[in-house]
Design a protein around this ligand. Structure first.
Ligand SMILES: [Zn+2]
Length: 236
């Protein structure tokens, strides 16, 4: 299966062929649909058939095999047969909001010190938890720094390194709760030039200005160690 979102997060649709269908959903030979993982929700969208029918995709998840992507459909939906040619098309407006927030969470990693213990990208909002026992986080300062980095328009791009290189640079791993997927020889890093570099398989904007203005909604204490920083996009 060709995972087109990896190299081109801006790809909204692609031609594909149905390779398998079962109770979990539909597999294709190529897809632009991102499967839930790394704190980013799976894409929703539609598979368009040549005869005019369309199959709504209500979620996208990973299969058991590496690189297996399952397009989940609502129960009762008539399913296409194996071999059917489709056009796979994501809900781009939603995905773009997810890309903007996901990219912003990388900036948050650069602004707030401490290990990341969890996080979630949502539609128009997002959060990260930091392991910061003593720190008092300044909401206004964080918001100002984020918006400064956004307006500086840093470029954002994926980069691949070998498992061995990653092992030699453990400081690259900021997130304790999500271990990078080693064992396939190569690990995908996400680099925001001069700001942040860490393993990430998600989808991101190409330049930070595309994130648009953001706000720090609130900072919560989650237990003795954890500080949760909640963000929202200011523009829909
Ligand atoms: Zn990322």
């Amino acid at each position: 299966m060709q995972l087109l979102f990896r190299d081109d997060a801006y790809a909204r649709s692609c031609a594909a062929k149905v390779t398998a269908v079962d109770e979990r959903g539909i597999r294709l030979d190529a897809t632009v649909f991102y499967p839930m993982g790394g704190g980013q929700p799976g894409d929703i969208g539609v598979l368009r058939l040549a005869d005019g029918r369309s199959v709504p995709v209500i979620d996208t998840v990973k299969g058991i095999a590496p690189e297996e992507v399952i397009h989940v459909v609502a129960p009762g939906t008539p399913l296409p047969e194996v071999g059917t040619e489709v056009t796979a098309e994501i809900d781009w407006q939603r995905r773009r909001r997810l890309m903007r927030m996901h990219s912003c969470l990388h900036l948050l990693c650069a602004v707030v010190p401490g290990e990341v213990t969890g996080g979630q990208v949502g539609d128009g909002k997002g959060r990260l938890d930091f392991n910061l026992p003593e720190a008092k986080l300044d909401k206004d300062h964080i918001e100002k720094e984020l918006n400064r980095l956004i307006s500086e328009n840093h470029s954002v791009r994926p980069r691949w390194i070998s498992d061995a290189e990653l092992e030699a640079r453990p400081e690259l791993v900021r997130t304790m709760s999500v271990k990078p997927p080693v064992g396939q020889g190569q690990v995908r890093l996400l680099e925001i030039e001069g700001i942040d570099l860490q393993p990430c398989g998600g989808t991101h904007v190409a330049h930070t200005r595309e994130i648009g203005p953001v706000e720090v909604v609130k900072i919560e204490s989650k237990g003795r160690q954890n500080r949760r920083v909640n963000l929202a996009l200011r523009e829909p």
